[in-house]
Design a protein around this ligand. Structure first.
Ligand SMILES: [Fe+2]
Ligand SMILES: [Fe+2]
Length: 483
């Protein structure tokens, strides 16, 4: 029997099943590693991926090459048959390291021994977020507000699966046995499992309804974008090229989040306009999500996402930078010495009950800096959201809370900071926190609106239709087939 199994395994052509531009068909070691890992990945997908979906046909894009026409091939796919591939942006033979102690040296094509364990940790931490988000979103399909949204959820899910593949490729190709063990462990941890949780806290939170999903895709996927962008500057060239290609897919996830919440806002503002109501309880009775509740979800998802940047002041971040492992956002566009040895950067902290700016060595403040870059982009997107109430003549505006609000990591951990940036006592915080963060009642209310709408072109009452369909298809297109 053993022989038959072996013959059968060898007859699987992994280079066909796994679209790739890493010359998989000539890389026996990688093929062997994937022969073990790919079946385990499929088990993981079937167990913890989107529930009850194995028979569905979903109108998905699949990357089959990195060419302009190849990275987004649209068509109906049964999700377990999705072809998760391995893609890196093409290699630039002349690429140099652009920052840190190795600035000017040729980019590394192999892992430098001195950075081996650090690089592995960086890759594992990034890789862990990808399956985690799929696990968090497992049950959302049962309460989709439309076929269009259901398809977008599944698109995000399969691509987060591919991002896991991207990181596993690096581990298996460049890190030998430890890499293979880490690749296995990525399939064993589970979001929210007290015994074997995902590495980062935000990826152990529940995503129990679609408002949380849109907020997650808006706030937390965008952290992913900034982390990937910083890794795309890495001196370790395969990591830079892998993350660059992941960023092309990430843009759609951000769109799903931003446009999803915009449509919820649109629907509520329309209802407020038509019914002339402003009272949250009355609006809830009309089956829409009141703006105050949306603001509480913004406060929650923004603050837990800021924690993903780590402590504002971090010697790890400094050594990642001087080592040439992780750059700044758009490193090559910045006009300084790319060594930062004598630069300073302002970070905030509390002092005698007030929030103050302090200048610290820029090298130690790289987490704060990446977070600030992120916040600038998030603020611009929130400004776009706010054009919706403005258009209706509604004075309500979504506001980002202060960076110190509801933080568990960094300078504000253990502090009680209000959304408008006042340092409070614990008693004051306790008196107000339900005004600022979603309560169980808020979750129960939003959950109560979630029903399953799967008639093509129809949308749940709490959300407006999108302005256009996917890939030039009409809004009423049958994005998911159930047989
Ligand atoms: Fe991702
Ligand atoms: Fe994503």
């Amino acid at each position: 029997m053993a022989d038959t199994t072996e013959t059968k395994q060898q007859s699987i052509d992994y280079s066909q099943r796994i679209p790739n531009n890493v010359d998989l068909s000539n890389d026996r070691a990688l093929q062997r590693a994937l022969e073990h890992w790919q079946p385990a990945f499929l088990n993981w997908w079937n167990e913890t991926g989107p529930a009850n979906t194995s028979a569905l046909q979903v109108y998905l894009r699949t990357a089959v090459s990195v060419d302009r026409d190849g990275w987004a091939n649209f068509g109906y796919v049964r999700m377990p048959e999705y072809r998760w591939g391995i893609f890196l942006t093409p290699r630039d033979e002349n690429r140099k390291i652009t920052f840190g102690d190795h600035k000017g040296e040729p980019a590394w094509q192999d892992v430098p021994g001195e950075y081996r364990s650090t690089l592995r940790r960086i890759i594992v931490t990034q890789g862990d977020t990808e399956p985690a988000s799929v696990e968090q979103q497992k049950l959302l399909g049962a309460t989709c507000p439309s076929l269009y949204d259901l398809r977008n959820l599944f698109q995000v899910n399969v691509e987060e699966g591919r991002h896991l593949w991207a990181m596993v490729y690096l581990l298996q190709r460049y890190f030998g046995r430890d890499g293979r063990e880490e690749a296995e462990a990525l399939l064993q941890r589970r979001s929210g499992d007290p015994n074997n949780p995902r590495i980062l806290t935000a990826f152990n939170e529940k995503t129990s309804h679609w408002l949380a999903f849109f907020m997650f895709a808006f706030f937390t996927d965008r952290d992913g974008k900034f982390q990937l962008a910083a890794l795309a500057e890495s001196g370790f060239d395969p990591l830079a090229r892998t993350t660059k290609f992941m960023l092309t897919e990430e843009a759609h996830h951000l769109f799903v989040g931003e446009s999803g919440e915009a449509r919820v806002l649109q629907r509520t503002c329309q209802e407020m306009h038509d019914s002339k109501l402003t009272d949250p309880a009355q609006l809830r009775a009309h089956g829409v999500i009141d703006l105050e509740t949306m603001q509480r979800f913004v406060n929650f998802h923004y603050s837990v996402t800021l924690d993903l940047y780590g402590a504002e002041i971090s010697s790890n971040a400094a050594s990642f930078y001087t080592g040439g492992l992780k750059g700044r956002y758009e490193e090559t566009k910045l006009g300084d010495d790319h060594a930062l040895g004598s630069d300073f950067y302002p970070v905030q902290e509390t002092e005698n009950g007030k929030i103050v700016d302090r200048q610290v060595p820029a090298l130690t403040a790289l987490n704060a800096r990446l977070r600030d870059d992120y916040t600038r982009e998030i603020q611009a997107a929130v400004d776009r959201w706010n054009r919706i109430p403005e258009k209706f003549g509604n004075p309500f505006r979504i506001r980002l809370p202060h960076a110190g609000f509801h933080r568990k990591i960094g300078n504000f951990a253990g502090q009680y900071v209000s959304p408008d940036g006042h340092v409070l006592s614990k008693e004051e915080w306790d008196r107000h926190s339900t005004e600022w963060l979603p309560s169980d009642g808020d979750h129960a209310f939003v959950g109560s609106l979630m029903g399953r709408v799967i008639e093509p072109g129809k949308f749940a009452n709490w959300i407006a239709p999108p302005t256009r369909g996917i890939h030039g298809q009409p809004i009423e297109f049958e994005y998911v087939r159930f047989s």
